[in-house]
Design a binder for this molecule. Structure first.
Ligand code: SAH
Length: 411
């Protein structure tokens, strides 16, 4: 093993690794011996030479190394990497029965830092966003195709994230055929068409599967408690998910808002795909109102129109991408939650989400509580919501937990 380069840490900087946190920041490194290349295997050692971890070296990144393993006896080779992929796929086997759109590999949580793999039917959409996994891309792709029997792999890596790792811009077809313009998927009882090439993330918000299902389950519950079919407002609807789930579950009407005309066009198609639009083009029996607009403004407009809702979903984009944006993001979250609560009927439910990693659950709850106070709308916290089981959070890597939500019930 003498050929393997060594990253020696500064005194005291071994603490986070000793707690099995998988990142080594540039500022923690005292010296590098052995001139490792981008993505090369390194042994990370404490200032007293104690072994801490095997890691992939990223000379251009502030995260200077990402750990593969904390066990000195491990040999980080092709077999080891393939075993990680197989384990990740096996971990999701049960989910495969209810959906053909699921995350198969979730980076650090699956021991493959920087690798994201989402499956959509016969397509694997990958993001290779760290030097270590990029250095082993062929092996990882071969293993993925074998483990899933999926012949097609499409690369949707974020060029900005790759650049931060000193990696060139890449994308497009890596294996098999290019995806059709819209790939059909099934999520529980519902169907959607997904744009793998240009859609958000890898095409679909797979992480919200359980919460879309919950929106569907809330409809009959609200119908019983209110004595009538609920009216639903789906803010930041993207390709329709939450609203379609609610409409199919028997909502009286669904108003969906998004600023993207393209997303709304797909959303309309998805509504039709799920039988929410009759063949003649008329909408029946649920009333669907698609609004291409800014949610911040629409919440005020809907209030001026005198509209009220029994179920409201707020699933905005990431308002804070780093710590510096937290304060401004907090104001934005408060604004939309206040606007939504003002439209919510007594007994109604609000599903409010944040996918900003920089805002933790406690802070998010505080922000929403502030909106509750300002709206003078007493609410119970009925549930804390999170991403589905295919997006696991490693206890030692809390940064992986980005999606959080609150289910509130207005008193
Ligand atoms: N709930 C969706 C995902 C939402 S993603 C689902 O389950 O699939 C966030 C969406 O917010 C994107 O579609 C984006 O176009 C939209 N968006 C971003 N800023 C907006 C704004 N100010 N007003 C309305 N829509 C906005």
């Amino acid at each position: 093993m003498s050929a393997i380069a060594t990253l020696l840490l500064k005194p005291g900087k071994e603490r986070s690794l000793a707690r099995r946190h998988p990142w080594v920041y540039a500022g923690a490194v005292a010296s590098v011996t052995g001139a490792p290349g981008n993505g090369a295997l390194v042994a990370v050692r404490a200032s007293d030479q104690r072994f801490l971890a095997w890691a992939a070296y990223s000379p251009g990144s502030t995260i200077r190394a990402r750990c593969w393993s904390f066990a000195e006896a491990d040999r980080i080779n092709a077999d080891w990497l393939a075993a990680r992929v197989d384990a990740a796929v096996a971990r999701r086997r049960e989910l495969h029965e209810s959906t053909d759109a699921l995350r198969l590999v979730f980076g650090e949580a699956d021991g493959l830092p920087g690798l994201v793999v989402d499956r959509y039917g016969d397509y694997l959409v990958v993001q290779l966003q760290a030097a270590g996994v990029d250095a082993h891309r062929e092996l990882l792709l071969d293993t993925l195709c074998r483990a899933t029997a999926c012949p097609n792999v499409f690369d949707r890596s974020d060029p900005a994230l790759r650049a931060r790792e000193g990696l060139d811009e890449r994308g497009g077809v890596l294996r098999g055929a290019a995806p059709a313009e819209h790939v059909p998927i099934r999520e529980l009882a519902l169907r959607y068409r997904v744009d793998l090439r240009r859609g958000h993330k890898t095409g679909f918000y797979i992480d919200q599967r359980d919460n879309r299902r919950l929106a569907g389950e809330l409809v009959p519950r609200l119908r019983r408690s209110l004595g009538r079919a609920p009216r639903v407002l789906n803010c930041f609807c993207y390709t329709g998910g939450f609203g379609i789930a609610a409409a199919c579950a028997g909502a009286e009407a669904v108003v969906s808002i998004d600023s993207s005309a393209e997303a709304l066009e797909l959303a309309r198609g998805n509504a039709a795909l799920n039988g929410l639009v009759t063949q003649a083009g008329a909408v029946a029996p649920v009333r669907l109102d698609w609004r291409c607009a800014d949610v911040f403004e629409q919440l005020r407009t809907l209030r001026a129109e005198g509209q009220r809702f029994d179920l409201i979903v707020l699933d905005p984009p990431k308002f804070a991408t780093n710590q510096h944006q937290v304060e401004r993001a907090a104001r934005a979250y408060k604004d939309i939650n206040l606007g939504a609560l003002r439209l919510l009927e007594p007994g109604g439910a609000l599903m409010s989400f944040s996918c900003s990693g920089a805002i933790d659950v406690a802070l998010f709850q505080k922000i929403v509580a502030g909106a509750v106070v300002d709206a003078q709308a007493d609410c119970y916290l009925r549930a804390r919501l999170a991403a589905g089981a295919d997006h696991p959070t490693l206890m030692t890597h809390p940064e992986g937990e980005y999606l959080k939500g609150l289910l509130l019930e207005r008193a």
